[in-house]
Design a binder for this molecule. Structure first.
Ligand code: ZN
Length: 203
């Protein structure tokens, strides 16, 4: 499986990064080796001193597809959760300045946390999902899926023009504002519609 990740999908986050709104979705891939195994902690890698958390809404692909038309996108995923796209921000900035790909700062081993999946039919309104992240009990990020620049359906359609979507692939839909650093012993907890779907320690 692979992770299909979206960058710059919330206006306030684009502002805080001093970036500009892209004309089409920014997409990158993480390999399956970036998945944090169940109950494992997040381990700060040796090549970075500024690791940022990024809480995001995640979508589980349930059907093989390519060149998916937007009106059919909803048939290609069945579950939703929240997770973290851990980012080596110092290294990412260095790579960006040199005009190089982000991969090493974004797709390293243990950079993808996936929360507990919820069947999408359990939500009354998929266009109004609230989500937030607590760091050591303090709310550091909060947003609503309605704030996304590109919707899940648009992202599935767009990314499937370039990458075949396979059963078990996971779409990371981008982070809202409030990203920040983690340090050893931090506790991160992610909520979707006020239900806690992950909890992870930093080591
Ligand atoms: Zn992200």
């Amino acid at each position: 499986m692979k992770f299909i990740c979206v960058g710059k999908n919330y206006s306030e986050h684009i502002k805080e990064m001093g970036s500009v709104k892209p004309t089409e979705p920014v997409i990158f891939i993480k390999p399956d080796s970036s998945l944090i195994q169940k109950n494992d902690p997040f381990i700060i890698p040796s090549f970075s001193s500024i690791i940022h958390y990024e809480i995001e809404i995640l979508v589980l692909i349930s059907r093989l597809g390519r060149h998916i038309k937007e009106e059919f996108s909803s048939k290609y995923y069945n579950k939703i959760t929240v997770g973290i796209d851990f980012t080596a921000r110092d290294y990412q900035n260095e790579l960006k300045e040199k005009g190089l790909p982000w991969e090493k700062s974004k797709a390293f081993d243990g950079s993808a946390l996936v929360g507990q999946w919820k069947d999408k039919n359990t939500f009354d309104d998929l266009d109004k999902l609230e989500f937030h992240l607590l760091k050591n009990g303090q709310k550091v990020q909060q947003s609503n899926i309605s704030e996304m620049l590109w919707s899940i359906d648009e992202l599935i359609s767009h990314s499937s023009k370039f990458f075949t979507l396979k059963i078990g692939d996971i779409l990371f839909t981008g982070t809202p504002s409030g990203v920040g650093p983690v340090k050893k012993n931090d506790l991160l907890e992610g909520y979707l519609n006020n239900e806690r779907l992950f909890s992870i320690k930093v080591k």
